[in-house]
Design a protein around this ligand. Structure first.
Ligand code: ZN
Length: 437
């Protein structure tokens, strides 16, 4: 990840000086003031275990570098947002184990369940889309990490360091806090490091077990608004700048104000035509899908049709968001382009014919054909048209006669039918721990 200029250089990050503050207040008549307690925190080290999907290489050295950097981010004091020094460190315990549950590319909540069942604090995968209830169940997006409260984290291999720290914050019970863009617990911003005193306390305590979960449930009413608070929109940011950024769980269309206006759509299409980098395409695709203008279908379809061979993760994000956008646009697309592509895309052979793989490491790649077929299924679930429903029903029928080679395909069909409001959809929803990107 290339860090943008507005992130502090090391010289601008001010180290906290808790000793001075403690001295100035010592021996007061009324005992220690809250600021004394807050500014002299006891360091805490989290001893963590790591696992990676068998298809996703990840070295111990790389983990150690990320963990050291995560501790550094939390210890530093941000100047753009209110922040406190948080002396938390993260230490790897044991090697990096390999698991085969779920998959390297996660496209369904059931697959994510399977990965969460792996016994490790961090589970590393290649790619995730439309999982972790993000941003809400009916608005799937590419997500970089997912945490279950009081549990563990599933994270993509190329997630920036602050995402690793953010997700661990959720494990420690922290909700999102969007009142400043550099907040570690911001719902969608990246390049973050600011925490408040309450968040620091949570990060400097042992990982909560069941007792914590019970206590938190009791407190839930107090904190209802923390996680449900609408994302803060930083108004006036130029479109060109917004679309060039990266986000934790897909670009929020609210960042553009009125994404459905004809002028914004024209501008988005013009940027698309200029063939920008893949992560910008992913942002543009997502915004165009939300804009509801069928003119976007042809360019979005072209992107999905023209990619071949080995992809970078950003390319896979661009294709995924394009397919999801076509799903959102299918209902207004009189040309039928969107539905035709998505219907064809539900067949893994449609993708494997072009030899599509994604780079997982310097010397390994992961096949994407099955995942792209499942993402096409997911997109049909978004379409909400009778044709999409019929195709999904036909896929379900076919699965009942002869199961796909991909064990997660039929699960995906059921989740898509559930998205369409099909009451017969067989989807597991109970017993899923509270989790969020
Ligand atoms: Zn989060």
């Amino acid at each position: 990840l290339i860090r943008r200029s507005r992130l502090k250089s090391a010289a601008q990050v001010i180290p906290a000086i808790p000793a001075l503050i403690a001295l100035s207040c010592q021996g007061g008549l009324f005992g220690p003031l809250p600021s004394q307690i807050d500014d002299d925190p006891v360091p805490f080290d989290h001893k963590l275990t790591f696992a990676r999907h068998v298809d996703q290489a990840f070295s111990e050295g790389r983990i150690d570098r990320i963990m050291a950097e995560a501790g550094g981010l939390l210890a530093s004091v941000e100047t753009e947002c209110p922040d406190v020094h948080c002396p938390v460190t993260f230490t790897r315990v044991g090697g990096v184990s390999a698991f085969s549950e779920g998959g390297a590319i996660l496209t369904s909540e059931s697959q994510l369940d399977a990965v969460f069942s792996v016994d490790a604090d961090f589970k590393i995968v290649t790619f995730m889309v439309g999982v972790c209830g993000a941003p809400s169940g009916d608005d799937p997006a590419v997500v970089l990490g997912c945490a279950s409260t009081g549990g563990s984290v599933v994270i993509v291999h190329d997630a920036p360091t602050d995402v690793w720290a953010h997700e661990w914050g959720h494990v420690q019970g922290l909700p999102h806090r969007n009142d400043c863009a550099r907040n570690l617990m911001h719902a969608f911003e990246l390049e973050t490091n600011a925490v408040n005193a309450r968040e620091r306390t949570a990060l400097l305590t042992p990982t909560p077990g069941s007792a914590f979960q019970r206590a938190r449930t009791a407190e839930e009413t107090e904190c209802l608004n923390c996680s449900a608070a609408p994302a803060e929109v930083s108004g006036g940011e130029p479109l060109e700048q917004v679309i060039s950024r990266r986000f934790l769980q897909g670009i929020p269309s609210a960042l553009l104000g009125n994404v459905e206006s004809a002028e914004v759509v024209e501008e988005l299409l013009a940027h698309w035509a200029a063939a920008p980098p893949a992560h910008v395409c992913a942002n543009l695709a997502r915004l165009l899908g939300h804009a509801g203008d069928p003119r976007a279908c042809a360019p979005l379809g072209d992107l999905a049709l023209l990619m071949a061979g080995e992809l970078q993760v950003d390319d896979l994000a661009a294709i995924s968001e394009s397919l999801l956008a076509l799903g959102r646009l299918a209902a207004v697309d009189d040309s039928g382009t969107a539905l035709a592509l998505l219907t064809a895309g539900t067949s893994p052979e449609f993708w494997s014919a072009r030899g599509l793989t994604v780079r997982a490491d310097t010397d390994s790649t992961v096949s994407t054909a099955d995942a792209l077929a499942r993402i096409s299924v997911m997109a049909l679930g978004l379409a909400g048209t009778d044709d999409a429903r019929q195709h999904l029903s036909a896929l379900r029928q076919r699965e009942s006669v002869s199961r796909s080679r991909d064990p997660w395909f039929s699960v995906q069909v059921e989740e898509a039918l559930a998205l369409l409001g099909d009451s017969s959809a067989r989807v597991l929803t109970g017993q899923r721990a509270e989790r969020q990107p």
